[in-house]
Design a protein around this ligand. Structure first.
Ligand code: COA
Length: 194
């Protein structure tokens, strides 16, 4: 199995046995709102969503103390430019606000930059998602720009905020020095995902 260690969480390849939980999380109105999902989802929708995510990118389940707590992943790989995009949520809300989302994203960036050789990771977030934007800024992401009125949210349009972080910016974060490096990958802490 593919897995990536953060300081507290582990990212492992999504398993079919995760689908029931994803079904619960992705139909949760608050998660669907911020992830901008077109829910409701059926279990079959979840299965095809994951199949597509596996074909197009690297979908991971965030695991904390052996318990799946959320989803994270890389997609939209642009090999020539060595850029990929990312997405995430902590589905089990009792695990929010404990630094686990940040840890999961740091683990993913560590993997993306130091193992996959990417030079930039980007993402978009609904512009009113203050919690997520604050977290991404704390992790070193910078705002690249705003795309106006990209999502219809119930009764109004909402902007998208595009953010990105380069490998150099990641390496300048003091925390990046505490994350496992290539010497640990060779020892088996990291397996190639996908
Ligand atoms: C955004 C999300 C992933 C954050 O995960 P988390 O594990 O709760 O975040 P952390 O505990 O690592 O918090 C990191 C920082 O983010 C900011 N933050 C997190 N939740 C916040 C909230 N509710 N309000 C304001 N700031 C918040 C804070 O700056 C926090 O650092 P601090 O605790 O030192 O102040 C989680 O809230 C979530 O899954 N939200 C719903 C889905 C979503 O918005 N996904 C992102 C879409 S792009």
């Amino acid at each position: 199995m593919s897995f990536i260690h953060g300081r507290f969480v582990v990212l492992r390849a999504v398993e079919d046995s995760d689908f029931e939980l994803f079904y619960e999380w992705m139909n949760d109105p608050e998660i669907a709102w911020w992830m901008d999902y077109d829910s409701p989802y059926s279990l079959a929708d979840i299965a095809s969503d994951i199949q597509r995510a596996r074909a197009e990118g690297l979908p991971f389940t965030i695991v904390y103390e052996n318990r799946p707590i959320g989803r994270i992943g890389l997609n939209r790989f642009r090999q020539r430019d060595r850029i990929a995009s990312t997405y995430m949520f902590i589905g089990d809300k009792s695990y929010r606000g404990r630094g686990l989302g940040s840890d999961a994203m740091l683990a993913l960036l560590n993997y993306a930059f130091r193992f996959r050789g990417l030079r930039m990771v980007d993402l978009w977030v609904l512009s009113e998602n203050e919690a997520a934007i604050k977290m991404y800024k704390k992790l070193g992401y910078r705002v690249d720009g705003i795309l106006r009125e990209r999502s219809w949210k119930y009764d109004r349009w909402m902007d998208h905020t595009w953010m990105s972080i380069t490998r150099e910016e990641f390496e300048q974060l003091p925390i990046s020095r505490e994350l496992p490096g290539p010497e640990n990958w060779a020892a088996g802490h990291y397996n190639s995902a996908g």
